[in-house]
Design a protein around this ligand. Structure first.
Ligand SMILES: [Zn+2]
Length: 230
């Protein structure tokens, strides 16, 4: 009986600490960006990098198609690849934050969450980032996340389109088809520019890059413009 009570308390704590904040932010929080506010202006975003194995190819495809994107970086990856961060920025793309070390906020307490934000801010500031757009890994937050988002002057950004580009079963064609089918006039597209280090399949970004090269011209033909946040 006591075990059942302990279990119930743990479930309740998890719901209050993790489930409610995550769904509140994903669906209801008015301060979080989920879509663009101008019709036919869409955004292209990449999570989990920078990864030196794929970045040159990705930047080349973006340049060829004349598209600027937002790179949500894991601060530790950015710290280890500072010259890539500069390169991405010099090409006119926007650098944003995707946590310190890509941990799931739903499973962590106040103290880790505090450290996650403080270390991220310190690293990204040292790399020249001034205004912070933040996307939590998997879109997961906990009951303390919003306190630190506010404290560090960050803006939450989610997405409305994914193409399962991390999956081993995806191909450039399947990614491109999903992007064309799912993108609507205010979409924020979330793709991934790092592979197995953050849970994706090995070399998945190669499919992402090839899929984008097919999809971007077709999305432009549909009348969509790729924009960055103001
Ligand atoms: Zn991620």
């Amino acid at each position: 009986m006591i075990l059942i009570k302990i279990l119930l308390v743990l479930v309740l704590v998890f719901i209050v600490h993790s489930i409610i904040p995550t769904y509140y932010n994903k669906i209801f929080n008015k301060n979080a960006i989920r879509k663009t506010d101008t019709d036919n202006n869409i955004m292209l975003t990449f999570d989990d990098g920078p990864d030196k194995r794929y970045i040159n190819q990705l930047l080349a495809v973006l340049e060829k198609n004349d598209v600027k994107a937002i790179f949500f970086m894991v601060a530790k990856n950015a710290q280890n690849n500072s010259e890539i961060v500069k390169k991405i920025e010099n090409k006119g793309h926007k650098i944003a934050l995707h946590s310190w070390e890509h941990k799931n906020a739903m499973l962590y307490s106040y103290f880790y969450t505090k450290k996650d934000f403080e270390n991220s801010k310190q690293i990204m500031s040292s790399l020249g980032v001034k205004d912070f757009i933040y996307r939590p890994p998997w879109g997961h937050t906990n009951i303390f996340s919003n306190h630190f988002v506010k404290k560090h002057n960050m803006k939450l950004m989610y997405w409305d389109v994914m193409a399962e580009d991390w999956s081993a079963s995806s191909t450039p064609e399947s990614i491109s088809e999903k992007l064309l089918k799912r993108t609507t006039k205010n979409s924020i597209i979330c793709l991934h520019d790092a592979g197995e280090n953050s849970g994706g399949a090995k070399d998945a970004p190669l499919n992402t890059i090839e899929g984008l090269d097919i999809a971007i011209p077709k999305l432009k033909e549909k009348g969509y413009n790729f924009v960055l946040p103001q």
